[in-house]
Structures are given as structure tokens and as C-alpha cells.
Design a binder for this molecule. Structure first.
Ligand code: AMP
Length: 428
């Protein structure tokens, strides 16, 4: 209404920069830097998605429970209350249980040639699509599905992302072109309300579930050197879109390999080293362990800022993890041996990442067969300094590769050390 007001639209993300004398108004800044006052009751605080309960895309799926257990769960009766369980009589099939007019009906969901069906007329790719279909229309069932009976200990991921302000609107997202292939789906460049964004598109329901965890970790983190989550779209049919800031220069390892020594100077290498260290010190301070730190998981922005990404394995410090999928050459001996992941195991990986940076993207432990890496490392073997690597930087690598985790430096200490190297120009 006045010059001081900041115009805003539904879905905008604003930063509150101050209060005013009137508690009903905030001073705020929008994404293009314009400042002004906004009415406090028009905005919702965006919060980290933290839940003691499991975030699920299929909270109505109860796994292997019996017919009787299902009937107890759907009591007291409420028409349209439903759940899905694994079929006890037909292993591999599922059963849709729906309450209707005081009775529970059980429909067999047949798994046939990779598709699911109840009536052998309409077929679905997955349970989410099936539930979505019968939520819209009874289509021969006793009632349409109205309310999910939630599995104990789970919450609907969709609901939690909307409540915490992280759900984006699919209609406002334009997918433009594929820029990368992740393990489980394409990474695309897109446009969200005029901002260039990167979008991880995960199609399959089972995989989407795993990425929900990655997205919820990302809602809790905010740092210039971490790839920023912008929001999440959970489609009813089971696709998941994770929208992050767009990193124009791609992964650090490709950046180093494609440009090489002749283009990238020592000042640039030490800057990347510092950028990653800043991000890791932030994770350290907040008790997050990354577990998959490597140059392939660091991205470079248009203005050459390195940012850590791929929080797929990132967890609060206390949790454990299965070791089968770990990148051997980046993972510390104690993490490989005893699953002991900690900030200190991230420090080990950081040392390997430093080696990657100063060798312009070479694969670590060159000429050593993969099976020999762990036994040699356990005996105290350390890689040589890459050609032209400043002594002060190689010294840091070696500190990171101390076999005893407790003796490795913290990221906070590494930051100070790197600052000294910068100040004394020991990086050239
Ligand atoms: P990821 O599955 O996260 O390892 O991503 C696969 C590839 O997609 C990366 O190596 C990058 O080349 C690209 N990519 C991922 N995220 C982004 C992003 N935020 N901005 C630009 N490119 C990205």
C-alpha cells in the first residue's frame, strides 16, 4: 500500500531482517534484494523438517500384518478409512483393506507382470498410483479411499514438507533439460518462478523413499558452502522432485579435470579447499556427519564457489550405516572396519578430497589395485604429495590421514590452519 511495503506473492521465500514497533509487521528482504515491510500474518516460518518418526511416502502401508490385525487397526469404523498390507495368502501380492459402513472389506491386489491390479481392468505401476486412483473414485470398490490409517511411527512426508513450508508447487516448475545422471534418476536444469534451479527427479517409489531422508536433512542445513535446498515436490503418483540452487560449473572433479593445471591457479585451489572446509566446519558444529565427502560430491557455482552436496548418506552423528556401498578410497579405515562414522571420518575423506584437488581430479591411490588399498592404508601407507602441491597443504593431508581418529584435526582447526596458509601465501 505504501512505498515501504514489500510486495509479495503466495509461495515467495523472504528473509526477515528486522522487527518494527508494531508486532504485526516485519522488515523483510526478497530473493532479488528488495526490502520493505510485510504483514506478519501473511507468512509462515520455514523450519527444518525434523521428526522422530519415519517420513514415509506410503504411511498407509503396514507391511506384513494379518487380516485380523488390519481389522483391529480400522476400528472404530469410519467409511473410507484404509490401509494396505502384504497378502498372507498370496505372497508377493498385497491387500487393500477399507472400512465401509461398519465392515472391513479386503481387496486382493494382484502383482502381475510388474504391474498391480485389483479388477484386472485397471493396472498401476506402484501402490501409490493405485491408492491415488481409488482416492479419486471408488471405481467398483465399496467406497472411495478417504483417510489413510497411518502405520505407527510414520508420518506422511507430503504433509510434513507442506507444514514446514518446504513444499513447492509442481505447476510453477518448468523442467528444461537433463544435465546429469544420478544413481537413481536424472538431474535437470529447470526454472522455478523465474529462478534457474537444479532438480533431482526421482521416479520410482522405492527409491523416492530413500531420497525423502536426503531432502529432510537438507531442510535443516543452511550455509554458503552447502548446496541449498529450495524445496521439495512430492507428487501423489510417487515421483519426487528435489529442487536445489543451480550450480553452473558442475562437479568439482569434472571442473578440475577439464581445465587442468594450465588454467587453474594455486589461489583457486586453496579457495576450493577453504570453501569445503567452511562447509564441513558448519556440519561439524551442528553434529552432522556427511559420510560421502569426495570431489564428485562438491559442485561449483557460476562465481566459482565450491559447495558440498549429496546429502544422501548424511546423518545426525549417532546413527550407523551399512558398509556395502561405501567408496573405499574415500572412507576412513575405522568406518570401513567397524562402521565408526564421525566427523573424524569426514576429516579423513577431506584429506582425500584435498589430494584430488591438488592432483586436478585424479583418482586417488593411482596404480594400487582396489583390493590392496585397505590393507596398505591400515599399515600406515599414505599417498605421496601430488606434483606441485605446496608442502603446507600436503602436511594437512597427512594430518587428516592419521590412523587414530582422535588424533586427526577438527575442521575448525583445519580452517585456522588454512587461513594461516592463505595469510602467509604458502599456497603458491
Ligand atoms: P548427483 O546425483 O547429485 O551426484 O548428481 C549427478 C550430476 O548432476 C552431478 O555430477 C552434476 O553434474 C549434476 N548436478 C547435480 N546437482 C546439481 C546442481 N545443483 N547444479 C548443477 N548440476 C548439478
Amino acid at each position: 500500500m505504501t512505498d515501504q511495503d514489500l510486495p509479495l506473492c503466495k509461495g515467495d521465500v523472504l528473509t526477515i531482517i528486522g522487527v518494527t514497533k508494531d508486532p504485526n509487521w516485519y522488515k523483510a528482504k526478497n530473493t532479488v534484494g528488495r526490502e520493505g515491510t510485510i504483514p506478519a500474518n501473511y507468512v509462515q516460518k520455514r523450519e527444518g523438517v525434523k521428526s522422530g518418526e519415519k517420513l514415509s511416502l506410503m504411511p498407509w502401508f503396514h507391511g506384513k500384518i494379518t487380516r485380523e490385525q488390519a481389522e483391529r487397526l480400522l476400528c472404530p469404523p469410519e467409511t473410507g478409512l484404509f490401509l494396505v498390507r502384504e497378502s498372507t495368502n498370496y505372497p508377493g501380492d498385497y491387500t487393500l483393506c477399507v472400512s465401509s459402513e461398519g465392515k472391513v472389506e479386503h481387496y486382493r491386489i494382484i502383482y502381475h507382470n510388474g504391474k498391480l491390479t485389483i479388477d484386472e481392468e485397471v493396472y498401476f505401476e506402484n501402490l501409490m498410483q493405485l491408492v491415488e486412483h481409488y482416492t479419486k473414485d471408488a471405481d467398483g470398490l465399496c467406497t472411495r479411499l478417504i483417510k489413510p490409517e497411518l502405520m505407527e511411527g510414520t508420518v506422511a512426508a507430503q504433509d510434513l514438507f507442506s507444514k514446514s513450508g518446504w513444499a513447492l508447487n509442481l505447476k510453477e516448475l518448468k523442467l528444461i533439460q537433463t544435465i546429469g545422471k544420478g544413481e537413481f534418476g536424472d538431474v535437470m536444469v529447470g526454472d522455478y518462478r523465474g529462478t534457474k534451479v537444479a532438480v533431482k527427479c526421482i521416479k520410482h517409489d522405492a527409491t523416492a523413499q530413500a531420497f525423502i531422508a536426503e531432502a529432510s536433512v537438507m531442510t535443516q542445513l543452511r550455509h554458503t558452502n552447502l548446496v541449498q535446498l529450495l524445496g521439495v515436490i512430492v507428487e501423489e503418483k510417487g515421483s519426487l522432485f528435489i529442487v536445489t540452487e543451480y550450480m553452473a560449473k558442475g562437479s568439482l572433479v569434472d571442473y578440475l579435470r577439464s581445465r587442468g593445471r594450465s588454467v587453474i591457479g594455486g589461489d583457486c585451489l586453496i579457495k576450493f579447499t577453504m570453501d569445503v572446509c567452511e562447509a564441513m566446519a558448519y556440519l561439524e558444529a551442528n553434529n552432522f556427519v556427511h559420510r560421502d565427502l569426495a570431489a564428485r560430491n562438491v559442485l561449483v557455482s557460476e562465481d566459482n564457489i565450491a559447495k558440498v552436496s549429496d546429502f544422501g548418506l548424511t546423518k545426525k552423528a549417532s546413527s550407523t550405516q551399512d558398509t556395502a556401498k561405501l567408496p573405499i578410497k574415500w572412507t576412513s579405515p575405522e568406518a570401513l572396519r567397524e562402521k565408526k562414522f564421525s566427523t573424524k571420518s569426514d576429516v579423513w575423506s577431506y584429506g582425500i578430497l584435498l589430494w584430488e584437488i591438488y592432483s586436478f581430479g585424479r583418482v586417488p591411490y593411482p596404480r594400487i589395485p582396489l583390493k590392496d588399498v585397505v590393507p596398505r592404508v591400515e599399515k600406515g601407507y599414505k599417498m605421496d604429495a601430488p606434483d606441485g602441491c605446496p608442502a603446507a597443504v600436503y602436511d594437512i593431508m597427512k594430518q587428516c590421514w592419521t590412523l587414530e581418529p582422535a588424533m586427526r584435526p577438527s575442521f575448525e582447526a583445519l580452517k585456522e590452519n588454512l587461513q594461516l596458509i592463505l595469510d602467509k601465501e604458502l599456497y603458491l
